[in-house]
Every structure is written in C-alpha cells, then in structure tokens.
Design a protein around this ligand. Structure first.
Ligand SMILES: Cc1cc2nc3c(=O)[nH]c(=O)nc-3n(C[C@H](O)[C@H](O)[C@H](O)COP(=O)(O)O)c2cc1C
Length: 193
C-alpha cells in the first residue's frame, strides 16, 4: 500500500488555528469593515456545498437607513414585551453593531429539500464568518425572534412565503473575544468496525 503524503504543513496548521479560534463576538470597536472585504466574504459564502446546486441563499446587506429600521423594530418589540428600559438597552446595543448581513433561504414544499437547503445556507454563513475571522473580523449569528417577525421581512424586502431568515449576522472588529470550550472530540466520536 502507498503511504499517504505528509499533510503537516504550516498552511494546514494555520487553517486549523482559524477554525478553532473563531469566536462569536458580541462587542465590537466602532471601526467600519471595508465593503470590498464583505463582498468578497459573500462571494466565498456561495462556494458552500449545496445539494443539487440549488444555491438557496440570498444575502441582504442593509444600509444605514434599513439598519435604523431594524433597530427600531427590535427596540419596540422588546419594549412591548419587557418594558421601555430594556427596549432602550437593546436599541443601544444593536446600534453598536458595525456590520449587518441578513441571510435568507428559499422555501420549498419538499421539506427534505428545504432542510438540505438550510444546511447549505448554514455552511455558507460559516464560510462568511471564517473568512472574516481570518481577516481579523468577528461576527455573531443571531436567530432571535426578530428574524421571524413579518415586519422584518417588509423592512428587508423579503417575501415570507418564498424565503425564511437563516440568520442575521453582525460583524466588526472585536472589542472583546470571549473564551469557549468544546467537549473532547473523543466523546462525540463513535468508531465502528
Ligand atoms: C443557528 C445559530 C443561531 C444562533 N443564534 C444566536 C442567538 O440568537 N443569540 C446568541 O447569543 N447566539 C446565537 N448563536 C451563536 C451561538 O450562541 C455560539 O455559536 C455559541 O455560543 C458557541 O460560541 P462560538 O461561536 O464562539 O464557538 C447562534 C448560532 C447558530 C449556529
């Protein structure tokens, strides 16, 4: 049997470092992320695997005016449910997110196909986040209630009958990078004969 070629390269170790090191970032410094880099990250997101090459995703980059409307929607919703103080707190924290991306997935009456399409969109989001991470930019994937709110669809020009929101992704240069841990992979691995 032929020996497998050596895979121990610095490039591969660096790739592992990026995969392991990416963290969900909630707090950002107020430095804008270059638009060209974001566009590149979106293009790279589209190289995610997608069964039957359905390319089920849509990437929506809201501008200042649209972000303002989303922040208003969130603040109003939280205020109505939890009181004005928390509503204002949310308005403040959401207003400090430097970059916004909404990723949607095409709906499908075939639920198996839709599930696979959602998986593909998730892989696309990961491509987006990892590329930005390698460029020193953190992100946070959020799937809070606002991502299912019909008013959000109206704001972002999406048809809730035709697509659903996979996530709202905030991104920017990290202010704080939290620690995370993972269960040892031995504990989630089953080897079979
Ligand atoms: C589908 C999905 C939805 C998520 N939604 C939220 C969310 O609504 N709020 C939140 O704080 N984090 C959310 N996260 C981020 C996770 O909380 C985060 O990935 C987890 O804490 C592990 O941290 P890490 O990304 O730094 O490894 C979401 C992640 C995924 C994959």
């Amino acid at each position: 049997m032929k020996k497998a070629p050596s895979y121990e390269t610095q490039e591969l170790r660096e790739f592992a470092r990026v995969l392991r090191g990416r963290r969900t970032i909630d707090q950002y410094i107020q430095t804008p992320v270059p638009d060209e880099l974001v566009l590149e990250a979106i293009e790279l997101a589209t190289w995610a695997p997608n069964h039957y090459v359905t390319e089920p995703w849509r990437f929506i980059l809201p501008g200042e005016e649209t972000i303002g409307r989303i922040v208003d929607l969130c603040a109003e919703t939280v205020a109505a449910q939890k009181g004005p103080e928390l509503g204002e707190h949310k308005r403040k924290t959401w207003s400090q997110k430097p970059g916004w991306l909404v990723v949607t997935c095409r709906r499908n009456d075939d639920k198996l196909r839709e599930r696979e399409d959602y998986a593909a969109c998730s892989a696309a989001v990961q491509n987006f986040m990892l590329y930005l991470w390698k460029a020193g930019i953190g992100s946070k994937w959020t799937s809070g209630a606002v991502t299912r709110d019909e008013r959000l669809f109206e704001i972002i020009g999406a048809d809730p009958a035709a697509e659903f929101v996979v996530g709202m992704i905030w991104f920017g240069y990290p202010k704080i990078t939290p620690q995370q841990s993972r269960t040892d992979s031995d504990e989630v691995l089953t080897r079979l004969p």
